[in-house]
Design a protein around this ligand. Structure first.
Ligand code: VG1
Ligand code: CO
Length: 580
């Protein structure tokens, strides 16, 4: 093939957000839009990470992925990349990409040094929906801000990109290596099985035999919903073929370009079918619900865990995994190096860390901050309130890992009574946890697609308010006299303990004397308008008060949050788009 230099002009909207660049497909389809971003990414990397390198290119299979993969292959060839690895049909979950970068060795001994992941994660897909691209580094984690800032700078000045226009499209539906010859020698495209590296890694972490025993016990019933995302490519292999779950326990496990028209976000609003099957929500099924249910998002890095008629908050989930990991999961049998959560995630994990005397870190939203801690050997288990849970086995959150962690814990709690007909259920495990550590009532209100100007004004108003706590408390008491005092208010700022980098403006916090918190942030993953996220949390140690309905328990704080922020005045919204 030949290398063509193609002239181009910059776009001014290619700033990567919390997790890469996410835009409507029609934005990505503008002339050279994807090309500019890919070339800007190559230009942001050191030469050694491009020339002669091995890169992974794959994603959640959403609409436009197949076109994008062919474009990236041709551009990689022209930029001197030696090899491109592609999951069969272009499918690799985000955690599987991370695993492949860290674990896979090519037939010629090659190792990957980075990856383009093609996904807009939990955003819907299809011709009128979202596409996304992000770059992951040699450690298998998202590019740090230093790199994403450079990519953005490059997109603003780009003048040309390199492409092997005459390279034929590669058939990515069949496993195998295709070789080409370019001006600098050989270039290979290696299409490989999407699941095997990841399955191998999972088998090295968990005790598959004990999970298999649990799944084969008649008193334990199981259900998994991939929401037509890429998790489907793993669910059958792991849950059915390896662990012996019944095929009928898999819902929506055929990956689709448009996620079947749904919103591939595993929460109580969007995972409707699973929620009904689990006996939650209004339209619940007649049949006896399964004992355990879980769902994933489009790229399978998120998870929702449910018990029979019972919802596990993601903040509780990571705390419970941390509390039980050493006993229940062989990978952690030597102990935990430390634990970490994102700032808006509830403090349930903090209490476990304190109790078990573990190193603890609070980082800004987004997975890239956990990676540095893990690379430095400071953190084993981490999580976010946004249905993200994971560990240092890779450098991304991991939806299927979280499910296997929960199944391991359930298997462990039932190891002595699997033959009796009593089961220690998901709900039992969570209630026992609350009884030991106290309960963090928690809810998140999302206001999606709000006018961007109005959202900024609301945030600016809240920052301004913070300068005078006496005034804040006067307002708060005027709204509800039964909530505690605001003891502190700030904008969260993080200094990375490993590389010393500072991230500012990571969310506005109102911290109450009794440990309650209100947090306001703007989303960094949307593709249109602004999304305001409001996080509300209240800690209850008194065991007689831990069994309340969480929306009831939080009602006073919610009222304070909405009135204090003048939410309706600024946004015109009387209710959030989604409550989780
Ligand atoms: C959201 C979540 C955040 C998560 C991010 C990426 O970001 O709040 O916790 O890490 O999505 O998840 P934001 O900036 O919109 O609040 V995924 O599964 O979309 O890659
Ligand atoms: Co995701």
């Amino acid at each position: 093939f030949k290398v063509a230099r193609v002239e181009t002009t910059p776009y001014n909207d290619q700033k990567p957000g919390t997790s890469g660049l996410r835009k409507k497909v029609k934005v990505f389809k503008q002339p050279n839009y994807l090309h500019n971003f890919v070339q800007s990414s190559f230009n942001a990397l050191t030469t050694a990470k491009v020339r002669g390198a091995t890169l992974v290119v794959s994603g959640d299979g959403r609409y436009f992925s197949k076109d994008a993969i062919q474009i990236i292959i041709k551009m990689a060839a022209a930029n001197g990349v030696r090899r491109i690895w592609v999951g069969q049909n272009g499918l690799l979950s985000t955690p599987a990409v991370s695993a492949v970068i860290r674990e896979r060795v090519g037939s010629d001994g090659s190792k990957a040094s980075g990856s383009f992941i093609l996904t807009a994660s939990h955003n819907p897909g299809g011709p009128n929906e979202d596409f996304g691209i992000k770059y992951n580094m040699e450690n298998g984690g998202p590019a740090p801000e230093g790199i994403t800032d450079k990519i953005f700078e490059n997109t603003k000045t780009i003048k040309e990109y390199l492409i092997a226009e005459d390279l034929p499209d590669v058939d990515i539906s069949a496993v195998g290596i295709t070789s080409f010859t370019g001006p600098e020698g050989q270039f290979d495209v290696d299409v490989f099985d999407s699941a095997s590296d990841y399955v191998k890694l999972m088998k090295s972490i968990f005790d598959f035999q004990s999970i298999q025993k649990l799944l084969s016990s008649p008193k334990f019933t199981f259900c998994y919903d991939a929401l037509h995302g890429v998790a489907g490519a793993y669910a059958k292999r792991i849950f059915v073929e390896e662990l012996g779950a019944q095929e009928s326990s898999l819902l929506n496990c055929v990956p689709k370009e448009d996620f079947g028209g749904g919103h591939p976000d595993p929460n109580l609003t969007y995972a409707k079918e699973l929620v009904a099957r689990m006996g939650l929500g209004k339209s619940s099924c007649q049949d006896e619900p399964p004992e355990f249910g879980a769902a994933a998002d489009g790229d399978a890095d998120r998870n929702m865990v449910l018990g029979k008629r019972f919802f596990v908050t993601p903040s509780d989930s990571v705390a419970i995994i941390a509390a039980n990991a050493v006993q229940a999961i062989p990978y952690f049998s030597g102990g935990l190096k430390g634990v970490a959560r994102s700032m808006p995630t509830s403090a349930a994990l903090d209490v476990v860390a304190k109790h078990l005397n573990l190193k603890f870190f609070e980082v800004p939203t987004g997975w890239k901050f956990f990676g540095n801690l893990m690379d430095a050997g400071l953190c084993s288990v981490c999580g976010e309130e946004s249905f993200g849970t994971g560990s240092d086995h890779i450098r991304e959150k991991d939806g299927i890992w979280a499910v296997l962690a929960w199944l391991s814990i359930i298997a462990y709690k039932n190891k002595d009574n699997l033959s009796s007909n009593k089961l220690v259920t998901v709900e039992d495990i969570v209630r026992q946890h609350w009884a030991t550590y106290g309960r963090h009532y928690y809810t998140r209100y999302d206001y999606e697609n709000v006018d961007a100007g109005a959202a900024k004004e609301l945030m600016a108003y809240l920052v301004k308010l913070q300068s005078d706590l006496t005034e804040v408390n006067k307002i708060v008491k005027g709204i509800r006299s039964d909530v505690s005092n605001v003891a502190n208010a700030d904008e969260f700022e993080y200094k990375d303990p490993v590389d010393g980098s500072i991230s500012k403006h990571q969310g506005i916090r109102y911290l109450f004397k009794d440990g309650s918190r209100l947090v306001f942030r703007l989303s960094g993953t949307g593709s249109e308008g602004a999304t305001i996220r409001l996080y509300i949390e209240q800690y209850e140690k008194d065991s007689s008060k831990i069994g309340r309905d969480s929306q009831d328990a939080l009602a006073p704080l919610v009222e304070v949050a909405l009135k204090l922020s003048k939410m309706e005045e600024f946004t015109g919204r009387s209710a959030p788009t989604v409550i989780t």
